[in-house]
Design a protein around this ligand. Structure first.
Ligand code: T4K
Length: 396
């Protein structure tokens, strides 16, 4: 017998809420052991042994020579703006978390929002070219949902126009493009190790680069502009990662391959379970890319599905599946940028608007079993099968 949908008066499919972004904690005991070690040593922060080990292992995993661990990615992006000496306009996608834009604006720069390629969701290099003006100082790429940005085309554009190129890689630790790990593209890349991210250090981030001078400047700036001996050499801030954060980060790092396996398995179940559902599609990696599958990105074609994206989300929430829209309505539509109008958005962003209106993120990672994934798919199939009744109920 088909279970009645919760939105139509049935009981929710899941007794407990399934979150998008529930932290993955593979080995809590390893975390606690390391935190105990830090407490016993009374070294809790200021580049202690755990942070030092974390930096070395992140650099290795990202295939680069330098890593500076930080308290979050946002401050890493701000430090990058200063280290690169940016001024004027920075071209970036609007279709990203608002931190990408805010961090540049916070540094007095003007984010200039660029449309994305609808097929990949990533910055459209041809649009980037069209947005370059004499005021452009940099291109800030984003590896959206852990899928690599068009790194080769962006490198060509940056070289041709003498622009700094760096990456917001908040989603992309563990991903790779044509065999090269994310971390080694542009002048530097900035990872996030927030609790909801693929690699979790409670809160955390890192700048990774092959440029020793740039790394040294980031390192000085993340500790008040001081050198190793503590002498002030320049302007800086406090962006240091703590030892407990590194303890969590190291345990997460040890589980990296297992977590990719878990995420990939769940993605495959979603792909199979949603196959053939009218109006429903799932984003897949581009050929040649390896991705961490930290985000399961479903799209709703409302005409074919008979339900809008928001109706699908509402109905899933009724089932205790806390699906989320992502980056709706796009940074350019949020107050600090929308109010400034054409300053930030010199050209319309139709593809950003189309994408942000149809994306739904679904739960994955250790917080959801494959059986639960199959059940989420069955619920989505039932929603679309019963779209007219769902629509009528939600319209009341
Ligand atoms: N660039 C990009 C492209 C980014 O996506 C981000 C951050 C950044 C830069 C900046 O990185 P950081 O400076 O943060 O290192 C979250 C995160 O705060 C943020 O890190 C993340 N992107 C952004 C996309 O999402 P919220 O406020 O939407 O998350 P929240 O608290 O609503 O949690 C989401 C779900 O996860 C909830 O259903 C509950 C669950 N959850 C969350 C946390 C924090 C848990 O189960 N446990 C938890 O501890 O911002």
């Amino acid at each position: 017998m088909v279970r009645p949908l919760a939105v139509l008066g049935g009981t929710p499919a899941f007794a407990e809420k399934l979150h998008v972004g529930k932290p993955n904690i593979l080995n809590p005991q390893r975390v606690l052991d390391r935190i105990r070690q830090a407490m016993d040593s009374y070294v809790l922060t200021h580049s202690g042994p755990l942070v030092t080990e974390f930096e070395r292992r992140i650099a290795d995993a990202a295939g680069v020579t330098h890593c500076v661990a930080l308290c979050n990615a946002s401050i890493g992006l701000q430090i990058m703006a200063r280290v690169l000496g940016l001024h004027g306009e920075v071209i970036m996608p609007s279709y990203t978390f608002v931190a990408t834009a805010h961090t540049m604006r916070w540094e007095g720069l003007t984010p200039v929002f660029c449309d994305v390629d609808l097929a990949t969701g990533q910055l459209d290099p041809e649009e980037v070219r069209r947005l370059i003006t004499p005021r452009t100082t940099a291109v800030l790429g984003v590896h959206l949902w852990g899928n690599p940005a068009p790194v080769d085309a962006l490198a060509d554009i940056a070289a041709e126009h003498g622009l700094a190129l760096f990456y917001d890689s908040a989603h992309a630790f563990g991903s790779a493009h044509q065999g090269k790990p994310i971390g080694g593209f542009g002048r530097a890349e900035v990872f996030s190790f927030h609790a909801t991210k693929f690699l979790n250090a409670f809160e955390g981030g890192a700048v990774v680069t092959d440029d020793p001078d740039l790394a040294a400047q980031v390192r000085a700036m993340h500790n008040y502009g001081r050198d190793k001996a503590g002498a002030v050499r320049g302007l800086g801030t406090n962006a240091k990662m703590t030892e407990p954060a590194a303890a969590m980060g190291l345990a997460s790092l040890e589980g990296k391959e297992e977590l990719i396996r878990v995420n990939t398995e769940r993605h495959a179940h979603y792909a199979a379970g949603l196959d053939g559902v009218p109006g429903i599609s799932l984003r897949r990696p581009e050929p040649g890319d390896r991705v961490n599958h930290s985000y399961v990105v479903m799209e709703v074609d409302s005409r074919a599905a008979g339900l809008s994206r928001d109706q699908v989300i509402t109905a899933l929430h009724a089932e205790n599946v806390l699906a989320r829209d992502h980056f709706h309505p796009g940074c350019h539509r949020t107050p600090p940028y929308a109010e400034a109008g054409r300053l930030h958005t010199p050209r319309p962003l139709p593809r950003t608007e189309a994408l942000s209106a149809r994306v739904v993120l679904l739960p994955t990672g250790l917080g959801v079993s494959v059986e639960q994934v199959d059940e989420v798919c069955a619920v989505i199939r039932a929603l679309v099968d019963q779209a007219p009744a769902v629509r009528r109920t939600l319209a009341r």
